[in-house]
Design a protein around this ligand. Sequence first.
Ligand code: FAD
Length: 473
Amino acid sequence: MAQEYDLVILGGGTGGYVAAIRASQLGLKTAVVEKGKLGGTCLHAGCIPSKALLRSAEVFSQTKKSEEFGVISGEVKLDFLKVQERKQKIINQLHGGVQHLMKQGKIDVFHGTGRILGPSIFSPMPGTISVEFENGDENEMLIPKNVIVATGSRPRTLPGLDIDGDLVMTSDEALQMESLPSSIIIVGGGVIGIEWASMLSDFGVEVTVLEYADRILPTEDKEISKEAQRLMKKRGIKLVTGAKVLPETMEKASGVTIKAEHKGEQKTFSADKMLVSVGRQANVEGIGLENTDIQVEKGFIKTNDYYQTKESHIYAIGDVIGGLQLAHVASHEGIVAVEHLANENPSPIDYSLISKCVYSSPEVASVGYTEEEAKEKGYNIKTGKFSFRAIGKALVYGESDGFVKIIANSDTDDILGVHMIGPHVTDMISEAGLARVLDATPWEVAHTIHPHPSLSEAIGEAALAVDGKAIHS
Ligand code: FAD
């Protein structure tokens, strides 16, 4: 028999399960349909497993350098299966936490594939959903008043660059490796590619990154990309920018060989394995969009500022709508969508207030406009920069590469963007996020007196530097 709900969410990833919790807080009868595991990409094939591996890689590489700290540790060995076990333990613990939250919120979870059957809003049963079970159980039919599509995304590849899951992998397969290759080609120098480059290099793998743009992390501020590039090269990572990979030249034997056009020449690159990290495509297939008037543009579901699709009772959030494909964005979009359908009058998200992080070594974090974007938008700007080399805590940590850069509007004094590269900047960026939310000026940030010694002193000094008043430069 069909069950009725106020809200049915297709996909229990970061966007979907957070939306479900908010809906339950608002007293809505809610169900989540999840074909894989609650927690989605972020928990099982993204943020958490990649950061667990990055942390092991960091510990491995730092332990090798421990003599610098006066700690004599003997021969340092890597047990990669233990690294993977640790990763899985963390995932299992967090997965248990999400399951508990669903129970606590009295949210019904259907483990199956969901598909929208109901035609348009004009149907007497808007957005009817079928849940299909792989184990052969009879399909369920759900009749929701509202639907949120949160089906996420999957790795993209280049046409002709076939993923075999072994020699040629995406991040999905790379996360499951049981042993490390001795060398790897990474196609794509965006966030995911650079995190893998950093991690594998720390594990001792010889890494070559082939990036089509003229710099790695091409969406970051130019100065930050340049510094990331310099520091990664210093670590021995081979970065080839302006390289157009030619998929048709790929040859596989015991390893992988591929050609790329670089500076007008065809160059050959060889390694044990290849990781393709060229972006992610939305999961829009097989979910019944053809039974609706929902529009898909450039592969992503189109919505308004409150995440309503063309069918106003069907919302879409997270990676499936494109934009910033980040976990905290998906979950916040979920909250806005639920509050909107519950008539709670939420404010639309201002995407220029969202912090973005790269968990490489050194880390990169930013919020707001890059210098290039601020200029393009016509702002008169002033900038302040402060290096971690003059920060006592950075020297104590033995990690003094990088800097903080603040871009401010020279007419109004508002902070337009903050960009950081260096130690623990992914944990420091939220101060800059708050400054942007509160329309703070560099003066206000500088007068948020930063404790000494702390890495955050670099933010205070960069804020002073905007008006040429940095103390330690
Ligand atoms: P997903 O998390 O992909 O969840 C979608 C869910 O829908 C899945 O569980 C899927 O099984 C389910 N589903 C799909 N179709 C159906 C269907 N028909 N019926 C039922 N269920 C269905 N972001 C960050 O913010 N920080 C990071 O450090 C970070 N690191 C990353 C590292 C890697 C290697 C990758 C790949 C991604 C990373 N991301 C990171 C991005 C982040 O994982 C995504 O932005 C986030 O998971 C998007 O959430 P979502 O809910 O939109 O989709």
